[in-house]
Ligand binder design. Structure first.
Ligand SMILES: Cc1cc2nc3c(=O)[nH]c(=O)nc-3n(C[C@H](O)[C@H](O)[C@H](O)COP(=O)(O)OP(=O)(O)OC[C@H]3O[C@@H](n4cnc5c(N)ncnc54)[C@H](O)[C@@H]3O)c2cc1C
Length: 471
């Protein structure tokens, strides 16, 4: 049994949805495109799962957050795919891939042939078993990667009102789930081995602001240790947790957020890998010219910083998907991908955005006892990254513009004094060489580069502000 398509996408997540929309914009014909997903629903905006989906009042539910509502585009419901002649094969896993023969084999035994393949398999939640602890199968141990996980978490929160939850992990998922648990009137203890939360992005000073805020909401931080094992009752429900430092915590439910692993195993020994992901060029084309990889699985060149990265963030999933489709459908009109890394989060009444790179010296600014503060990262004399809590749309736009320009910073104390005014000034400064803010490239290239950077950055920031408020 088999079928053949011109374009096949494996995975039905964020990148798949945005790729589908772009295919239709570029004129794909009915019957040419197929999406195979092991999830049972059409692609949706995954970040909603740790935000609107977990709210006790008026929670976000499908079809409300199908892609591509997160980018103010059409909402692609199952009917949209039907209307556009796109084959959506749901609840079906691709079991093996043969990139030489250009075929995929699904769990129902169907062989699917393609001319062009886009790998958009995303990542999976890292399990406790992978760090030597058993208990993932317990009914009150939750993960958060897909709709099924989020539904289990919502059901469990409903049963634990007034009870105790343990959140394992101090990263994105841990922080966003801890906030949701509190909002659902559950007492939270967060356990993680680091000395402060969000250790891969935050500085200790930034982290302490969020930790203090969480503490004011009743969250108990247990840092510098880790889960050792669970105590189960006779129905294999977790009733308590032993920590490595000898402490014991009674619990009613557990949320595990200990990282994610890219779903790349189908292509092991068939494609080149890098940074734990599938190596692609600036058109998202892998080491096999018919195969593209986008979103969480792609290790791609970041022109702005001259290296290659694999980023697990929604903005990249959307933009890489669009870019890959453009490279496939209109190769001559598609330039190299030029990405400004952008991350955000929203918890309680707080909301932050980060643009660029968090390397080098950090200069904090703003009012850490108030609601608006941030940090600049200066590397080799240039401004390369900026974090801002509590900013407005125009400020985030200015940050994105300024970071793209990587201005030379001669006086670090000016950054601290000026705060956001610094990026406002840089982003409004005429782009003349030799002025206060020197640019990286020489005329005339720098003018083109800076101008196109501003256009891209402005749209990044405008969308980011809208999106951060939306989901
Ligand atoms: C709860 C949560 C909250 C998040 N919040 C934010 C946020 O606030 N900001 C931010 O920037 N990023 C956030 N992210 C990250 C962001 O959602 C991801 O970077 C993004 O979803 C990646 O898109 P993707 O298409 O590459 O992968 P995914 O969206 O994960 O989609 C991958 C799809 O492939 C399917 N699949 C995998 N293997 C197979 C197979 N063999 N056969 C068939 N189907 C397969 C999966 O089931 C899934 O449907 C969040 C992630 C999660 C889980």
């Amino acid at each position: 049994m088999g079928r053949a398509f011109v374009y096949v996408i494996i995975g039905g997540g964020v990148a798949a949805g945005y790729a589908a929309l772009e295919f239709t914009k570029k004129g794909v014909s009915p019957g040419e495109l197929c999406i195979i997903s092991d999830e049972t629903v059409a692609p949706y905006e995954r970040p909603a799962l740790s935000k609107g989906f977990l709210l006790p009042e008026a929670p976000a539910r499908l079809p409300g957050f199908h892609t591509c509502v997160g980018a103010n585009e059409e909402k692609l419901t199952p009917n949209w795919y039907k209307d556009h002649g796109i084959e959506l094969i749901l609840g079906t896993r691709v079991e093996s891939a043969d990139v030489r023969r250009k075929t995929l084999l699904t769990t129902v035994g169907e062989t699917i042939a393609y001319k062009f393949l886009i790998i958009a398999t995303g990542a999976r939640a890292r399990t406790l078993e992978e760090i030597g602890i058993t208990g993932s199968d317990a009914e009150n141990v939750c993960y958060l990667r897909d709709l099924a996980d989020a539904t289990k978490l919502v059901n469990m929160m409903g049963k634990c009102t007034g009870g105790k939850a343990m959140v394992i992990g101090g990263g994105y998922i841990g922080m966003e789930c801890a906030a949701a648990l509190v909002i659902n009137k559950i007492h939270v203890s967060m356990v993680f081995p680091g000395t402060y939360c969000m250790g891969r992005l935050f500085t200790p000073k930034i982290a302490s602001y969020y930790e203090d805020f969480y503490k004011s909401k009743g969250v108990n931080f247990i840092k510098g240790t880790a889960l050792s094992s669970f105590m189960f009752n006779s129905t294999r429900k977790v009733t308590g947790a032993f920590l490595k430092d000898g402490r014991y915590l009674p619990v009613d439910m557990v949320v595990v957020g200990i990282g994610a692993c890219p779903n790349t195993s189908l292509f092991k020994d068939q494609l080149k890998f890098e940074n734990g992901g599938i190596q692609v060029n600036s058109r998202f084309q892998s080491s096999n010219t018919s195969v593209y990889a986008v979103g969480d699985v792609a290790s791609f060149p970041v022109k702005l910083f001259g290296d290659t990265r694999r980023l697990e963030h929604v903005d990249l999933a959307r933009k890489s998907a669009k870019h890959a489709v453009s490279a496939i459908m209109e190769p001559r009109n598609t330039s190299d991908f030029d990405y400004l890394p952008f991350f955000y989060s929203r918890v309680f009444s707080l909301s932050w955005q980060f643009y660029g790179d968090n390397v080098g010296e950090v200069i904090h600014f703003g009012d850490f006892s108030g609601t608006k503060f941030g940090g600049y990262w200066v590397n080799e004399g240039r401004l390369v990254g900026c974090f801002l809590e509590g900013g407005g749309n125009e400020e985030y736009e200015a940050i994105a513009k300024a970071i793209r320009l990587k201005p030379v910073v001669k006086d670090l104390s000016k950054l601290q004094r000026d705060g956001v005014d610094f990026v406002n000034e840089v982003s409004h400064k005429p782009l003349v060489q030799g002025g206060g803010f020197r640019l990286l490239l020489k005329k005339p290239v720098y003018i083109w580069y800076a101008t196109s950077g501003i256009v891209v950055a402005a749209s990044v920031a405008a969308f980011a502000c809208w999106y951060a408020n939306k989901w």
